[in-house]
Design a protein around this ligand. Sequence first.
Ligand code: NAD
Length: 478
Amino acid sequence: IPVEPFDLVIFGGTGDLARRKILPGLFRRFRAGQMTPDSRIIGAARAPLDADAYREMIRQGIEEFGGPESKDSESLAAFLDRLDYVSVDATVEEGWPRLAALMRDGVVRAFYFSVAPSLFGPLAEKLHEHAIADVDSRIVVEKPFGRDLESARALNRTLAEYFREEQIYRIDHYLGKETVQNLMAVRFGNLLFEPLWNNHYVDHIQITVAETVGVEGRGGYYDKSGAMRDMVQNHLMQLLCLIAMEPPSRFEAGAVRDEKLKVIRALQPVPVHHIVRGQYDAGDGHPSYREEAGNPRSFTESFIAIRAEIANWRWAGVPFYLRTGKKLKARHSEIAVVFKDLPHTIFEGDHARHRNILSIRLQPNEGIDLTVTIKEPGPGGMRLIDVPLDMTFSEALGQEGQDVPDAYERLIMDVIRGNQTLFMRGDEVEAAWAWTDPLIAGWEARNDVPKLYDPGSTGPDDALMLLHREGRRWREIK
Ligand code: NAD
């Protein structure tokens, strides 16, 4: 179903994110027929390009990053026809009147700020000054949204000078993933899970986002951020909110975001011994984090594991183990809800621990499965085995020939539709910083040195201990 006609301006339209994710994603939506014939995309960045040179740049980007669809040269040419380009600098006057002249009435106006956060304020001001944005226009802002509570508040205040909260779409692409939305469908579309979704039946929850890549070219930026700011404060906390929130009364932006906010506010302060910070060492011909970051004395964490707790009736006593890191064994993101042990087994000779585990995999192969215990088939007597019950119905979820939108394109279409459910509200982001700030301040005050770990491992041993000492173990990173 096509969305309303739109003019989408992408500030930073020549940047890495625009070429790798945003435009290839828009091309897929175009091919799926979601862009009306009069919708347009306008790249806006500093480079002095004309529209044809920009189209050529984007054609190359789509061919490189757009997957098999980009081979369809006819639709690619038709898509590129929708592109225009304006050279503007957020900090100077030039170019802005031209952009203003391009805007049309009667279509949705959306502005994607795919630029450094320091430019959010200047861009918002320019859009206002030149009357490019109207009262219904939407702006999309990328991460990072601040680096602590104070800077996030300042950013929120700046944006609020020019836009209402209903116009601001703070993107977290983890929320755009098919499986993350499926998690909500499974939780709230079935009777089966909700009665078990609490501290009576859930032993603990694990959220893992493991990457195999290091910081590579981004070392300078990353060294000022670290895993906590770069991954936990946004992505992992958003996942935690969706798992832990109370059922909202409707699947609607206000209701969902109210419930997420309550979870963040109920997060307990984390004691020092429930945090493990790590940094990858050199190994196997790979440089160490410090070499890649160009900072031989860096104390920044490229790995973090946290045992968090939510202080409310539903979750009191249930640990939420969060872990994320770079240069780990495999690229693997998963949320696992690990249910409690059976109170008693009636099967003689069965000494294995059988547990139901609901696993929500975000990458590499998105899907949801539930580990259930059944009888091993065959004549061997009552032998129990654990098998995964696949709840993804993968045929429905993007086998060949199916068109499953990826996170960015889905979220951009939500912006055009005016649906904020899968975007972070200002108060949520601030609450998340309010929880992470004291933890960061704590290790900075202690001059905490991250534990070294080997590239290709599962992180420092201390992270394993975080669970072992409570008789639990991390799920495999595979
Ligand atoms: P980039 O450095 O590749 O591109 C930056 C873009 O901003 C360029 O198009 C440049 O022309 C434009 N720009 C710079 N100064 C400008 C000015 N004064 N006025 C107007 N335009 C200006 O950056 P990127 O990797 O595309 O990232 C953009 C934003 O998205 C950043 O905030 C980044 O943190 C965020 N982000 C990037 C990724 C990613 O994978 N690249 C992922 C998540 C978030």
